[in-house]
Design a protein around this ligand. Sequence first.
Ligand code: C2E
Ligand code: MG
Length: 366
Amino acid sequence: GAVRAEDTVSRWGGDEFILLLPNCNAENAARVAEKVLRTFETSFNLPKHELNSTASIGIALYPQDGSDFEALAKAADSAMYRAKNEGRNAYRFFTPAMEVSSQRFLLIESGLRQALKNQEFFLHYQPQFSITDGHVIGAEALVRWQNPQLGLVSPSEFIPIAELSGHILPLGTWILHQAIRQAKAWQEDGLPPLTISVNLSAAQFRQTRLVQQIKDMLDEVNLDACYLELELTESLAMEDPRAAITMMDALHEIGITLAIDVFGTGYSLLACLKRFRVSKLKIDQSFVRDIASDPNDRAIVDAIITMAHSLGFKTIAEGVETTEQLAFLREHGCHDVQGYYFSKPLPADEFKSYLLAPHSQLFDLP
Ligand code: C2E
Ligand code: MG
């Protein structure tokens, strides 16, 4: 309904469609894109359900963006990912600058397709400590990806791509499974019980079956839910606070603890924060980094800790690299710490050796 008789609409699989508009300049293409986006503003009414959907549109122009269909489709795809990345429900024109980043993007995206099956992922664990006596309270599980062509790819690079392309769901499930089994294995090895922290991405958090899925994984190895902590980002929780509260309540119900990751960099409504069933705020490393030199960062960290105290949350500072930072955090009442000053994220076996070796001297401050 949004295009002319001479245009072609085709479906490329899943939720991907291509509109081919012959004899159409940029201005008209934009107009069609706007029309398509407007079409999505009305909900789809199915028996008993009202469904809302949005579109993300990438536009490539012939001949400047590609001389054949394949090149044009690829350029449109890059522009579409840009539209998704910048908030969805929008259209973007392809620009040559997208090409450079999109080549790497496509390599990663296609690499991710086989990565789980080829067992290219593994987890590292970074110890977390109680700031008062230095004992290890838990570990954050951090995923690593070693690909034969790309080498070791940072999660900061591939996680966002996995989120956009949908690979995050099976990957997220694998990570949870792996971390839960590891926590149980350490307990069976006789290590003191630790809480394993797993980062959760937005798409996982939106899945209603997440709670049952986690419950099944815990039951499978017979691990008490209190040993699992999930890290959610602030923006994830604020995207749809009502849904987030429902999900948090359900997770809380089965005994899982929740932490808000990279706290302070996003935007939280204090009124919502109060209703979130979280037990911990993770103070982002960007504030911790310059604590020693930047009075603003000192003020922010101090304010977060004070606020967390009065709302009944614990605090953990991440990215602690120096004694000065540790001293400041301790002085201001931060509960827990994590960072290179104590240890980098480690493979499971090295983590175990680290745990068995003495490390409390790191907490003997002048
Ligand atoms: P994050 O959750 O904020 O994780 C903390 C990051 O800081 C990790 O980077 C960790 O290696 C790094 N880090 C720890 N201590 C220090 C320090 O003292 N100094 C500095 N400069 N950095 C430190 P990493 O492992 O590269 O992970 C980056 C991000 O990727 C994570 O940020 C998280 O958002 C995401 N990520 C990692 N693993 C997973 C996962 O299993 N699932 C999901 N959904 N996201 C993950
Ligand atoms: Mg984290």
